[in-house]
Write a protein that binds this ligand. Structure first.
Ligand SMILES: *[C@@H]1O[C@H](CO)[C@@H](O)[C@H](O)[C@H]1NC(C)=O
Ligand SMILES: *[C@@H]1O[C@H](CO)[C@@H](O)[C@H](O)[C@H]1NC(C)=O
Ligand SMILES: *[C@@H]1O[C@H](CO)[C@@H](O)[C@H](O)[C@H]1NC(C)=O
Length: 208
């Protein structure tokens, strides 16, 4: 009887442990200083440098919302380091549509302009804030969020940091309307008709 109790206690504690690991999951730890790509010939300072974000300061400001990525795909030196960046450029009136980073929280730092940032928690409560240069705003991991430049006078640029080398991005308009989910399923889900769903899809389709 006593053994049975110990058994149950062990099972229970290992379940709790597994659950904690699941909820606290981050990028896996590596057992070396950094990860050398299989095809690497030399590892020098250039492997630890990425210059692809310079265009945020050198190129002309984009006509619509643009995200310049620097995750482990663009910058292999980040593999195993649980960290990455993104530069968000928001011309006047533009939006970074509602999206989710499934594997990372996000820390947004406004470099220039004014940004309305918002996220929705799992109880469907909306948190929004108007940010100015120097402000930072955190989006908890996996929650739906967006950024909008409502200011009529200034373009806006922000740097976003992620606690993952590859946080991933699910953009809702794309995931819902550009992946081939049946019109009828979408119409029923949004309690509307197929014509409305098709109108939304047509609006998202690339323009000639
Ligand atoms: C190694 O492979 C990656 C991905 O295919 C590629 O982007 C990179 O240029 C390659 N590096 C070298 C040194 O060949
Ligand atoms: C804002 O961005 C637009 C392009 O979207 C550009 O034409 C304009 O010069 C920029 N304005 C300022 C103040 O930088
Ligand atoms: C835009 O920013 C300027 C400078 O802070 C501010 O005076 C103005 O009220 C802002 N406009 C809007 C629509 O937020």
């Amino acid at each position: 009887m006593a053994w049975l109790l110990v058994d149950h206690a062990l099972l229970f504690s290992s379940l709790i442990f597994a659950f904690l690991r699941m909820t606290q999951s981050t990028d896996p730890d590596i057992l070396s200083d950094f990860v050398i790509p299989a095809n690497a010939t030399t590892i020098d300072e250039n492997f630890f440098t990425y210059t692809g974000l310079r265009t945020a300061f050198t190129a002309e400001f984009p006509p619509d919302f643009k995200a310049l990525k620097a995750n482990m795909v663009e910058f292999p030196g980040l593999v195993g380091q649980s960290i990455s960046y993104l530069v968000v450029q928001l011309p006047i009136g533009s939006v970074n549509p509602p999206h989710i980073h499934p594997r990372s929280s996000e820390l947004l730092f406004v470099i220039s302009g004014y940004i309305e940032a918002g996220f929705v928690d799992t109880s469907n409560k909306l948190y929004t804030q108007t940010l100015q240069p120097g402000d930072i705003f955190v989006v908890p991991k996996g929650l739906l969020h967006y950024q909008y430049n409502a200011n009529a006078s200034f373009n806006a640029t922000a740097l976003t940091a992620f606690g993952s080398a590859n946080g991933g991005k699910v953009t809702l308009p794309v995931a819902l309307f550009e992946t081939g989910i049946d019109d009828l399923i979408l119409a029923k889900s949004f309690k509307t008709d197929i014509a409305t769903v098709q109108k939304i899809k047509a609006g998202l389709a690339p323009k000639e």
